[in-house]
Design a protein around this ligand. Sequence first.
Ligand SMILES: [Zn+2]
Length: 227
Amino acid sequence: MAMNGITPSNMDPKHATRILVQAGDHWLHELHAGQTFRIVDLEGNQAVDTFFLDARDTAERYCAQTTIREQGSIHLTTGTRILSTRGRELLRIVADTCGRHDTLGGACAAESNQVRYGLEKRPMHNCRDSFLLAMARSGRNLTKRDIGANVNFFMNVPVTPEGKLDFQDGISAAGKYVEMTVTRDVLVLISNCPQLNNPCNGWNPTPVELLVWDPWRPSGARHPHVH
Ligand SMILES: [Zn+2]
């Protein structure tokens, strides 16, 4: 679990279901135990705000604190077990060509944009609203109470020796990806961050691609489980 541990994948994209998520768009879908899930930073330096909930019982969801404590590191990368509020593994990162991902910075919101960047930034698109919109549209009876501290894939938030957080231009680049195996059936909630006020997206939000492999359908035919 070394920092900047680059681990490429052996999975073949031609056997995957591929989904494009446009800059600033959101995605909420159920993934099933045994599937493999990849997020590709197509153009580089894009923050992908992501939250996971147990699909069978959404009261159990991603827990940044447990994940950080159990791996003894604040960054997520190959080998990271993405753990739930009940300490169970939801997913596991098995490949990573970016090197590390943040889970301290949280999601941008109308309120934080306003406080950090000015009153006129309040109506701007933000990840928290995208999360809420995705949940409202899902028909799954999810509300803002179901959101917790999230993962920011590809986002670069170095921590200084004094313990300060620093939002910096990304260490990611075009084509870099992170890949995880799905341990339990999960809902994956993504906001492909629309932030324009800080360098988390390199000042230019861009699309990402999602790939899903089914272990039971190696032919790569479009499968029924990504709705
Ligand atoms: Zn954001």
